[in-house]
Design a protein around this ligand. Structure first.
Ligand code: SAH
Ligand code: SF4
Length: 380
């Protein structure tokens, strides 16, 4: 089996070049060809010595993911479905805005956390993506978009790890992918323009702060443990108090930053004024420097939940803002192509019992008994 060079960050590629008996600095040239120019063919790499090209042709490849489908929304949002084998698929979404181009990237086929309101969670977990499969989404999208828009300039300025999967349950593959995004010889994205979104895998938040302190978004969705437990099952393992402490530790690695708390607005569940007041108390008491991003829930039948009315969302946002917390309401984009949060539902083959667990949680939610099975981190 040849090595797929999309699997390497620059350091990894330098080690790989050494293993071929080449100088480490060759890796920089190669890395630039792959990520900055979108090359997939070694014969294109005219400034690499012929002998090196020959070695690479024999031992390596640059292989993206097969595209199953592409949908473009009326608002310019583009969604791709990629084949990751064994009947599994993952999605990436490009969201153009006036001042930026954001790519929403998947980290796993499915997800083992099993959040009640998330269709990826409802599908269960198939497997972690490799570094190459995470990077391939950006590699493909960036170079496709340059051609599509007829430009040689960079199109994607921001990456959010908010597609399918829990990135911090795929830590080993995530970090080299992030490094490739940040590397000046790769995509050259600034640390604050790459966001990892997590449901709250506390130990891995600490490691990310040390290894690669990019922007952090935390999916909060509830101000108290009894409400968060059934919505985000991982809360039973890492309850709110521990999560808030981890947020503070994270910010110690990223001074002048803030945590973005994501909060999915569920009608009659977590969208009442008392929930807003409890949230204000929570972040004040813990002293976490933060912003709130309220996400209108994207409903799907199996969830048994509905979207909060817009008036309710606005009233909730006002309460937070009046308390001095910067609060935004996420615009829904790409609704016509199902490209919105939590609807990234490329089929996966569940290799765990997540779906059973969710069915049980649903019972717990309907009959408010604080019981139910605890999500195991990194189930596979
Ligand atoms: N696993 C990570 C990142 C992927 S989910 C996490 O949970 O943070 C990205 C965001 O979409 C999260 O904030 C998640 O809570 C939100 N989300 C999931 N399902 C949703 C839905 N149906 N409607 C609105 N937001 C949803
Ligand atoms: Fe997984 Fe995030 Fe969906 Fe929860 S919201 S099931 S952590 S992808």
């Amino acid at each position: 089996m040849t090595a797929n060079l999309l699997d390497f960050d620059l350091e990894g590629l330098a080690a790989y070049c050494e293993s071929l008996g080449e100088k480490r600095f060759r890796a920089t040239q190669l890395f630039r060809w792959i990520h900055q120019r979108g090359a997939s063919d070694f014969s294109q790499m005219s400034d690499l010595a012929k002998s090196l090209r020959g070695k690479l042709e024999a031992a390596a490849r640059i292989e993206g993911l097969p595209v199953i489908s592409q949908h473009e929304s009326a608002d310019g949002t583009i969604k791709w479905l990629f084949d990751v084998g064994a009947s599994n698929a993952v999605e990436a979404v490009f969201i153009p805005e006036d001042d930026r181009g954001t790519l929403c990237v998947s980290s796993q086929a499915g997800c083992a956390v099993g959040c009640r309101f998330c269709s990826t969670g409802h599908q269960g977990f198939a497997r972690n993506l490799t570094t190459g499969e995470i990077v391939a989404q950006l590699w493909f999208a960036e170079h496709f978009l340059r051609k599509h828009l007829g430009t040689s300039d960079r199109v994607i300025s921001n990456v959010v790890m908010m597609g399918m999967g829990e990135p911090l349950q795929n830590y080993g593959a995530l970090v080299p992918a992030l490094r490739t995004m940040l590397d000046d010889h790769g995509y050259g994205l600034s640390r604050r323009r790459v966001t990892v979104s997590t449901s709250g895998v506390v130990p891995m938040m600490d490691r990310l702060g040390q290894d690669c302190p990019v922007a952090l978004a935390v999916s909060l969705h509830a101000p108290t443990d009894p409400l968060r437990d059934p919505l985000v099952p991982l809360n039973r393992k890492y309850p709110l108090d521990e999560l808030m402490q981890a947020c503070k530790r994270y910010l110690a690695h990223a001074p002048r930053d803030f945590i973005t708390f994501e909060y999915c607005m569920l009608d009659g569940v977590n969208d009442q004024p008392e929930h807003a007041r409890a949230l204000i108390a929570l972040v004040r008491q813990q002293g976490v420097s933060c912003k709130f991003n309220l996400i209108p829930f994207n409903p799907f039948p199996a969830s048994g939940l509905t979207r909060s009315p817009q008036k309710q969302v606005q009233a909730f946002a006002n309460l937070l803002s009046e308390a001095g917390i910067v609060t935004t309401v996420r615009k829904t984009r790409g609704d016509d192509i199902d490209a919105a949060c939590g609807q990234l539902a490329g089929d996966v083959m569940d290799r765990t019992r997540v779906q059973d667990r969710i069915a049980q949680q649903r019972t717990v939610m309907l009959t408010p008994v604080p019981a139910g099975p605890v999500a195991k981190e990194g189930l596979r």
